[in-house]
Design a protein around this ligand. Structure first.
Ligand code: ZN
Length: 197
């Protein structure tokens, strides 16, 4: 067991691993402390002997006081907190990777649906353009299907009325057009709403 250089492993995957490392780290710390105390004791004894034999003002005593023990073991630099942090980092990293995989899978699934949409509507597509092509077509179709219908304007204008497809609201004060919510897409997500210019 290398007690002098006890390092944190890069990844700590399981709680068992974490517990083992914490226990090992505590063991190392305790051992190193014992060794330090042992050397400190020897040094103290030497000083006492020198004091007794030669006196506190003697060169011998002064000589020994100048010396430190060189081979003290380094106390472990790792704390339980460090180990727990590293464990959490490993978990976070794992979760990040899982989420990235899920995102990629979701993206793949949506692209697949978009391609199916493009094929069934006779649209031009490539794997990278299918999503936009499907969305544009879906939006155009929805807008066209609403043309000529009366739309209630909640905030856009006091007159409160717009005939979809016309440039202005019924009183003529505001130009109105369709806008889409952020999540709007070809799968029927999101919604259209009238917005003033
Ligand atoms: Zn109006």
């Amino acid at each position: 067991m290398n007690l002098k250089y006890h390092k944190i492993p890069k990844e700590i995957h399981t709680e068992e691993e974490l517990d083992e490392l914490i226990a090992f780290n505590n063991e190392v710390r305790e051992h190193n402390n014992n060794v330090r105390q042992y050397y400190a004791g020897i040094r103290r004894q030497l000083l006492e002997l020198a004091k007794e034999a030669y006196g506190e003002k003697s060169n011998m005593y002064k000589y020994i006081t100048k010396y430190r023990v060189h081979n003290y073991p380094t106390p472990t630099m790792v704390t339980t907190d460090d180990l727990q942090r590293r464990y959490k980092q490993t978990q976070d990293e794992k979760m990040k990777q899982e989420r990235a995989i899920e995102r990629a899978e979701r993206h793949e699934e949506i692209t697949k649906q978009a391609i199916e949409y493009c094929i069934s509507h006779n649209l031009k597509w490539t794997p990278s353009t299918a999503y936009d092509a499907a969305n544009n077509h879906y939006l155009d179709t929805e807008i066209a299907s609403r043309e000529g219908k009366e739309v209630y304007l909640k905030h856009a204008c006091d007159c409160g009325k717009w005939i979809a497809g016309e440039r202005r609201c019924s009183c003529g004060n505001r130009r109105i057009y369709w806008n889409t919510s952020m999540d709007y897409d070809f799968r029927g997500k999101g919604y259209l709403y009238p917005t003033p210019d």
